[in-house]
Design a protein around this ligand. Sequence first.
Ligand code: IMP
Length: 420
Amino acid sequence: MSVTIVVGTQWGDEGKAKIIDYLSENIDIIARYQGGANAGHTVVVKNKQYIFHLIPSGILYPNTICILGNGVVIDPKAFLEELDSLTKENIHYEGRIFISDACHIVLPFHKLIDAHKENLSEGQKIGTTKRGIGICYADKMLRIGIRIGDLYYNLEERLQNYINIKNKELKYLYNLPEISYEELYKELKDFAERIKSMVIHTPTYFEKALKEGKSILLEGAQGTALDIDHGTYPFVTSSNTTTGGALTGTGIAYHYIENVYGICKAYVTRVGEGPFPTELKGEMGEELRKYGNEYGATTGRPRRCGWFDVELVKHAGRINGLTGLVLTKLDVLSHFDTIPVAIGYEFENNKIDYFPSYGLESCKPIYEYLPGWKSDISNIKSYSELPANCKKYIEKLQEWTNIPIKYISLGPNRSQTLVL
Ligand code: IMP
């Protein structure tokens, strides 16, 4: 059994990429299992920053194999741009990146419709990344989408049928220009040629690798509260970001799973619309954003910021079967005299001790106040050297969430990580 899953416990941007990069040193294969180029995974190595949208951040290690599992939706343009940026950085990826033949493809009209719907005055604005993710997954569920494997088998007929449907939608539903079959066919054929050597049947690949004793890390994108089933619907992404999604999005059987690490920020952030009980709207929110440099890696949008929410992380523990937590960006809290932590909610005059499926916007957080430590911790190399109030903060979060904290992160570099 040698599969580790890494999931976000909040609304994404918890610092998963940094931790995945840190854990990857001893991993043979890293696989994404859901989402697409909506994700923005930032890693800093030797003071150089890399941002990945589709390719697992494990590509920075010279021998790690990186796989896009069947649950990922692939935007050809974004994928090829990312390959080109690897070449520019002298990162050799030949023979190290593989794509499932069952991945669905994000096409130009998915992005057009996503952006168009977000800009409409009627209907609900989700605050999506406008990367076409939800529209592509919707077509997957409607069973009309195009998969990577379709590029090599009977593409003409499938694409013609698909375009007939989409052109009606574009014209009559959205009043948008129709798409040309010939252009898209050519684009897809060129893409197919370029990625041909990377396309594999992932379930058999993973099964063989596991039987050979290889270690696999499954890299989640977004976070538990953005999960289509367990998140703050409808303000969610369109995939299962959680442990269940890691299994269906790769075809790896459950009994191989050894560890599930939940990554959580020492406070909370969110981009896009939707409820956020501990959000700080005034000056304090601005301060958290400034100290934490909280701007989206994909869209550059300022992230909404708030205090740590225990029920949110307990929810993630429950849904994902977390075996440990990784607490990130603890250094950002060094600036505050007092640090509030929400330990529960009041909903319609009753205390509730779970993360509700509805009415979160009316939940009032119940706070406990912990003393800050007001000193720079970013270069500390062992747990024992941390200020007493910082250790107290970590211990209280562990006690309230009832999940062991296994690692803490004190800055963006690999070296700023402590094992507990
Ligand atoms: P979509 O995934 O682009 O459809 O956007 C749906 C929601 O998920 C929006 O609130 C986005 O801001 C959010 N979202 C998508 N990807 C990320 C991410 O990588 N980090 C944080 N939020 C994300």
